[in-house]
Design a protein around this ligand. Structure first.
Ligand SMILES: [Mn+2]
Length: 301
């Protein structure tokens, strides 16, 4: 049984459902115990999320209502809501016997088997995560230059080590000391605290938006970029690349909508869907002003 953690608010419940379906569709031979943590999720969202696993016999989904009082000591930084911190209670959402938990941001979709992730020996590392190429965030999280900065949207927690090291307290200490500079609060803190105690996963496990842009990450080289695009396992719609917004031209937008069809939110229509915007979308490619690449094939069962 593999353990999965999602944290979501009401607005992202639909995307959490889509990600859940994508995970189960592409990993039919694995068994999953999924925990979704939210603060005051509506009855209908809870019902809908549970319905997402109904047509799969390899998963159970449990919803945990997080008590907001627990967040009292955590600083509110920038425009970020405090609910970004919920994942830090990962040790409380799973039993004492659980050693490994895969945390996924709800703005991701799984498009291939990720069974290998659960076979990795984490040794005494606290985390496993995926680097952001060419990141320039070292200074603000006191990260030595010889270490790479990682994205916190896909994380494997080694719960044994997390408990041993009192991960949540260390992150809180870091945030209280650095609240003026932590631009991406939780992500900066995880980097700043655990850079020596984490494993690096391949880019294909957290393919953030720039991997699908024509001009960004070019320095990685054509071959490496195609390898990542062709072998992607988890697509992360971070930044402004929101596939549920119609005018987004991310090549995996249609895959998002494919999995949406298997959720109770299947009748969702983006507010900005119109003939005018359809033409605009196509024109951007025709005029060569679209920043996203167009892929001949996309993954995802
Ligand atoms: Mn994200």
């Amino acid at each position: 049984m593999h353990n999965i953690l999602f944290t979501t608010d009401e607005k992202f419940a639909q995307h959490c459902g889509v990600c859940t379906v994508s995970l189960l569709k592409n990993n039919p031979r694995e068994r999953f115990s999924i925990v979704v943590v939210g603060m005051g999720l509506s009855e209908s969202s809870q019902k809908n999320l549970k319905a997402c696993v109904n047509c799969f016999d390899n998963a159970v989904l449990e919803i945990v209502d997080f008590q907001k009082e627990k967040l009292i000591d955590f600083p509110q930084i920038g425009h970020y809501q405090k609910n970004i911190y919920l994942r830090l209670w990962v040790d409380e959402f799973f039993g004492d016997d659980v050693e490994k938990v895969l945390y996924l941001d709800v703005d991701t979709i799984v498009v291939d088997s990720i069974s290998e992730l659960f076979e990795i020996d984490l040794k005494d590392n606290v985390l496993a995560s995926v680097n952001i190429p060419f990141a320039t965030s070292h200074n603000r999280c006191h990260l030595p230059l010889e270490y790479e900065y990682f994205n916190s949207g896909v994380l494997i927690f080694n719960l044994k080590q997390w408990r041993l090291e009192d991960g949540r307290q260390k992150i809180l200490d870091f945030l209280l000391k650095n609240s003026d500079i932590a631009l991406n609060p939780d992500q900066d803190a995880l980097n700043g605290v655990f850079y020596k105690k984490r494993l690096t996963l391949d880019y294909t496990y957290n393919a953030i938006t720039p991997f699908f842009k024509k001009e960004l990450f070019k320095k990685l080289g054509v071959r490496e970029l195609s390898r990542i695009r062709e072998n992607v396992k988890i697509v992360h719609f971070n930044g402004n690349a929101r596939p549920w917004i119609y005018t987004c031209n991310h090549p995996y937008q249609r895959v998002y909508f494919k999995y949406l069809k298997y959720t109770p939110w299947s009748s969702y229509i983006p507010e900005d869907k119109s003939v005018f915007n359809y033409i605009k979308k196509q024109l951007r490619f025709m005029l060569g002003i679209e920043s996203f690449v167009k892929l001949a094939t996309v993954k995802g069962k």
